[in-house]
Design a protein around this ligand. Structure first.
Ligand SMILES: Cc1cc2nc3c(=O)[nH]c(=O)nc-3n(C[C@H](O)[C@H](O)[C@H](O)COP(=O)(O)O)c2cc1C
Length: 221
């Protein structure tokens, strides 16, 4: 592919991805494609590289039935998507947490101490630059990052000819309670960030409706 073909391909993928409202329940994603989509999520960027996420594939028919009453935005996905992925965000990513110690020492193989320069820089970044003051703000900072992974996964899926739908149309308190009661999530460390479904559409893709670029883009010289 020459450069112009690559550009066209990139835009075709962006147009091909759309929030799928009707899935074909008969079609299934191959294990290889699914693994590729998950890898793209895993490889996504995160603040300080602290990967504040977990991806849970919901196969359980009971859980799907249980969340339906308060997951209105997932109705179309529950009815036919091959995969329903719950994305959790961590609630405990602070400079002195066990999780950050684990990430730094066991995953990145760096020396860890809460008093070290990098740990103190991270503390300063969260508390002074971002102004994170409470658990909710800490969760929201982590949650924002999970949306990057979700977007990357949806784009990768579109590349593979797989459709998707981002889902935040559900009651968050009820979802967290339901999943915690069933011991799917430990609310001390996790909360639901967003969901996303994947599968194959059973409807034509509508042309994109968007504001023109000039309405949303400026250059400051
Ligand atoms: C963060 C986020 C949450 C969304 N939640 C839902 C949802 O719960 N249910 C749904 O059917 N679509 C949902 N959507 C899809 C949007 O409605 C859709 O992306 C938008 O209308 C643009 O259409 P397109 O994605 O097909 O181009 C969501 C999109 C985003 C980015």
């Amino acid at each position: 592919m020459d450069k112009e073909e690559i550009r066209q391909h990139v835009l075709e993928t962006a147009n091909r991805r759309y929030a799928t409202k009707k899935y074909d329940p008969q079609r299934h994603i191959s294990p290889e494609d699914w693994h590729t989509i998950l890898e793209v999520g895993r490889l996504s960027p995160s603040s300080f590289g602290y990967e504040p996420w977990k991806f849970i594939l919901i196969n359980s028919p009971q859980v799907k039935k249980g969340i339906r009453p308060f997951a209105w935005g997932a109705a179309n996905s529950l009815d036919g998507a091959d995969k329903l992925l719950l994305i959790l965000a961590r609630t405990d990513v602070t400079y002195d947490s066990d999780y950050v110690r684990h990430l730094v020492a066991d995953v990145k193989h760096h020396q860890y101490s809460p008093e070290s320069k990098p740990s103190q820089a991270f503390k300063h970044f969260q508390e002074d630059d971002l102004g994170i003051r409470n658990d909710q703000e800490l969760f929201e900072w982590a949650s924002k990052q999970t949306y990057i992974a979700m977007a990357n996964m949806m784009t990768a899926a579109a590349e593979l000819g797989i459709d998707s739908c981002p889902i935040e149309g559900f009651n968050y308190a009820q979802m967290n309670n339901y999943l915690s009661k069933r011991r799917v999530i430990d609310l001390q460390h996790w909360r639901v960030s967003v969901m996303v479904s994947f599968g194959y559409r059973d409807q034509p893709i509508k042309p994109k409706v968007r504001q023109p670029l000039m309405a949303i883009y400026e250059e400051l010289n």
